[in-house]
Write a protein that binds this ligand. Sequence first.
Ligand code: SF4
Ligand code: SF4
Length: 98
Amino acid sequence: MIKPVWNKDYKEPAGWNDVTIGSNHGVGILPTVNSGFRTLTPKIENTNCIKCMLCWVFCPEGCIDKTGEALKIDLDYCKGCGICAEECPKKCIEMVKE
Ligand code: SF4
Ligand code: SF4
C-alpha cells in the first residue's frame, strides 16, 4: 500500500473533479504512525460493500487500501475522523470506541 505523503506543491483545485486522492494539506495529515490520539476506529463490514470507493476518495489520510479483494484500513495512519463512515452509502463502516 502507498503510504500518505504530504504534497508540498499542492495547488488549489479548480473544481472537485481536480481534487487529488489522499493527503495534500500540511494540516490534518499524519506524516508518521498514529501516536495514539484516536478515540474511534472505523470497522468495515465488507459483505455489504458495493465497491463504490467513496470512502477511499474521501479519506483525508489516503489510508484505505483497495488493492485486495476486500477493503482494508491502515490503522497506523487512520486518524479516526469518521468521514469514511459518513460517506458510505451502504453504511458498512461503523466507528467503534477504541
Ligand atoms: S476514519 Fe476513515 S476517513 Fe478518517 S482517516 Fe480513518 S479511514 Fe480515513
Ligand atoms: S463507501 Fe462503503 S460501499 Fe463504498 S467502497 Fe467504501 S465501504 Fe464499500
